[in-house]
Structure formats: structure tokens, C-alpha cells
Design a protein around this ligand. Structure first.
Ligand code: SF4
Length: 407
């Protein structure tokens, strides 16, 4: 196989400069990417009731189990774009709820952006144009190891002449150590919302009383720096805020960016996008009108952020069958006590599931596409090896073929 550049599906950056040559992947020094491409299949047999089965037999058993349920739940959703399209179609035919597992932080971002709107940034804008970048909440590198290299120290940048001024606001334990960070404003996790609020207030010219827990002078200087920037960017990790303060934090952030944009430019980028989380949200949006928390139980798609929350449905015993999908991760099936069909990557441990279908990892066992975290592009993936494992899309189609036709 000739040497070629490939995209990496193992975090939301979806770096497209990795090299595939003679079956080996050069992950450009990224430990997470290298570990992803080193994943090896451990279990490749499909199983029904613990016994080895063909894909057709497993798909037929899955269709019987899910088709007999009153309210099946389709979740996990760590799948590529084609897999997600197949799963939405399956949820529609089953009259199921479909929602990404552990999507609370993503849903917080989406709900407020939907209600209030925001100027969001692409990776290229941050890499090429931003002269002041504020990181809020946590170091991006544990989840996105090449964040600084690709966005803030990108030597291939088209327009930027000098590196940006990079400030971090957040807890000391989560502060980035990268040399690209010019300034670290450290506040406790409990004070993060107050610090953000103070930054916004100081930027509006308001006077604040002395505070023992907030670096007000540094926050004032940062507010001035953002106002003086030609192209500011704010990058946040909403999961760094306690759940109860996320909506307030986002409202402050959006107000801050709107105010700055009256005189200069300030764009926002929420961090996240692991396991094609943005792709899952985008496919649900394209197919059904909402980016998650969807129910097809009434024959048409309905969105309800509380009622259709995957974890809540299982905890409350409202879902009576589970279709768990984890192709991009080896995440185990959650303990839930309901009949389960699991579509699992071949390196995931054996599951407590009535039906287990082993699927390929997108970008490793088969091609496909995953959405970058800035949601502007779904990047094509190249299979790095031949495994013969079905994709999630193929498994979903096989299950669908065993269900009664739509009325
Ligand atoms: S930063 Fe993310 S997308 Fe890029 S190589 Fe590492 S794991 Fe892959």
C-alpha cells in the first residue's frame, strides 16, 4: 500500500496528517492516536445468548429482542456518520428513544447556542487569525493531545504573523503546561463562575469590590486585552463547571463575546467532540431536526431534553430494552438490568448482553467519516487494516432487515 495521509478518529481534532505506510500508522507523536491505531481485536465472534452466531443470526435475534420492547433505548452512539444514520433509521423503525450516552455537557452547550445564538470559531480561524486566545476551565490536551500544536502553534498557518497571546482561566490542577500559554489565572473550581462573571463585568467597565478568591487586577487586564484584540477567541470546557452553573456560565460567555464583537471580533469554541460526539449530534439534527434526546415512540421524532435523557430512562426503568453502540471506544455496556443488544468494538470485553455483535472501528477496520469538533467538516477515514468486521451501519442494516416493514 502506498504511503498516504490519513485522518485520526480518536479525538475531536480529527488530525488529517497522520501517515499510513505499509500497514503502519505514524501518529505524529500523539500518544492517544498511537494507542487508538494499536487497538487489536480480542473477540471477533458475534454471540446470541452466549453462543457464537453468524451476523445474520445475531441480527435476527437483535430484531426480535428490540422489536418486542415497549420502549427501546438506542444509546452509546460512539459510531461514525454512516453508523449514526443507520442507528437513527433503526430507532425510527423501532419507535425507540435515541440519545448519546453522557451527553449532558454537550446538550448544555447546544441548548444555549440554540436559544441565544453565538459566533463560533472554526479550527482554521483560531489557527490562522486569533491573536488573543482565552482557554477556560481545563487543559485541552488530555482529551485532544495535539490541541496546542494544531491550533496555537501551527507552523502552516496562512495569515498569522506572530503566535497568539494565550491566557488560561481555571483551577490550578487543570491548568495547561504548554509553553504556548502566556498567562495562567488560577481560581478554584467553585470560583470559576464568579471569575467569569468578574471578567465580563470588568470588561463592561464596572467597578468591583476587593475579593480574596479572585485575581481582579489580572482579570481586568485580561478584559482589556480581549477588547484590544484584532481577533479574539474563547475556548471553553463546559464540563469544568459544576452542572448547576453551566447554563449561567454559557450565558455569561455568550454575552461577553457579543459585547466584544461590537467593536472587534471574538469567536467561541466549545471543547469536546470525542467519539464523534458532534457527528452523532449532527446526524440526529439532519435526520430528525434535533441534535439528541429524540423519541420516535409516537411515530414522529419528538425532542424532550428531560424525558429522552438516556441515563434517566435506564435509571427510572422506563426503557425496557437497550441497544448499546460503542465502535469508536471500548466502553463497557452500562449495568442496567434490561435485555440488551450490544454493538461492540472487537477489543471491548465480553458484555452482559443477550446479543453481542462485534463491529469494526471506523478509520481502522473500515472507512467512513467523523465530524471534527468545530462541526464544519466531516473528514473521510481510511481503513488502516483488513479485519472483515462489519461496520455499525452494516450491523444496523442487518437488524433493520429483520424488522417488519414500516406501515
Ligand atoms: S490529537 Fe486527537 S485526532 Fe490528533 S492524532 Fe491525537 S488522538 Fe488523533
Amino acid at each position: 500500500m502506498p504511503r498516504r495521509a490519513i485522518a485520526c478518529p480518536f479525538c475531536g481534532l480529527v488530525c488529517d496528517d497522520l501517515i499510513l505506510e505499509q500497514g503502519r500508522v505514524d501518529a505524529r507523536g500523539c500518544v492517544k492516536g498511537a494507542a487508538g491505531f494499536a487497538r487489536r481485536p480480542a473477540i471477533v465472534e458475534h454471540r446470541v445468548g452466549g453462543r457464537t452466531a453468524s451476523l445474520g443470526e445475531a441480527a435476527a435475534a437483535a430484531a426480535r429482542l428490540l422489536g418486542a420492547a415497549r420502549l427501546p433505548l438506542v444509546t452509546g452512539l460512539a459510531a461514525d456518520v454512516a453508523g449514526m444514520r443507520g442507528l437513527v433509521g433503526l430507532a425510527d423503525r423501532l419507535g425507540a428513544v435515541i440519545d448519546r450516552w453522557q451527553s449532558a455537557a454537550q446538550q448544555s452547550n447546544l441548548a444555549l447556542l440554540q436559544r441565544a445564538g453565538a459566533l463560533t470559531a472554526t479550527f482554521a480561524e483560531i489557527a490562522n487569525r486569533a491573536d488573543v486566545v482565552l482557554l477556560i476551565g481545563s487543559d485541552p490536551t488530555p482529551r485532544q493531545p495535539r490541541f496546542f500544536e494544531r491550533l496555537l502553534r501551527n507552523r502552516g498557518a496562512l495569515y498569522r504573523r506572530a503566535p497568539p497571546y494565550v491566557a488560561f482561566l481555571g483551577p490550578e490542577a487543570a491548568a495547561p503546561g504548554d509553553a504556548a500559554v502566556s498567562e495562567r489565572l488560577l481560581v478554584s473550581e467553585d470560583s470559576l463562575l464568579d471569575a467569569l462573571s468578574a471578567l465580563a463585568a470588568l470588561g463592561e467597565g464596572r467597578r468591583l469590590g476587593a475579593s480574596a478568591s479572585l485575581p481582579l487586577a489580572a482579570l481586568g487586564a485580561l478584559a482589556e486585552r480581549l477588547a484590544a484584540a484584532r481577533y479574539g477567541a474563547i475556548v471553553w470546557d463546559i464540563a469544568a463547571f459544576p452542572p448547576a452553573s453551566r447554563a449561567a456560565a454559557l450565558a455569561i460567555l455568550l454575552r461577553l463575546m457579543r459585547r466584544l464583537t461590537r467593536r472587534t471580533r471574538c469567536v467561541g469554541l466549545p471543547l469536546g467532540g470525542e467519539d464523534n460526539a458532534q457527528g452523532a449530534a449532527q446526524v440526529m439534527l439532519w435526520q430528525a431536526g434535533w441534535p439528541g434526546r429524540l423519541s420516535f415512540a409516537e411515530g414522529v421524532p419528538r425532542h424532550d431534553p428531560w424525558r429522552n435523557h438516556a441515563e434517566r430512562l435506564l435509571a427510572a426503568g422506563e426503557a425496557d430494552a437497550l441497544l448499546w453502540v460503542a465502535a469508536l471506544t471500548a466502553a463497557p455496556v452500562p449495568e442496567c438490568g434490561v435485555p440488551t443488544v450490544a454493538l461492540l468494538a472487537a477489543d471491548a470485553p465480553a458484555a452482559r448482553a443477550e446479543v453481542e455483535i462485534r463491529v469494526g472501528i471506523p478509520g481502522l477496520d473500515h472507512g467512513g467519516a467523523v465530524m471534527r469538533a468545530d462541526t464544519v467538516v466531516a473528514l473521510p477515514l481510511t481503513p488502516a487494516r483488513q479485519s472483515g468486521l462489519p461496520s455499525v451501519a452494516a450491523a444496523a442494516a442487518a437488524i433493520l432487515a429483520h424488522l417488519p416493514a414500516a406501515p
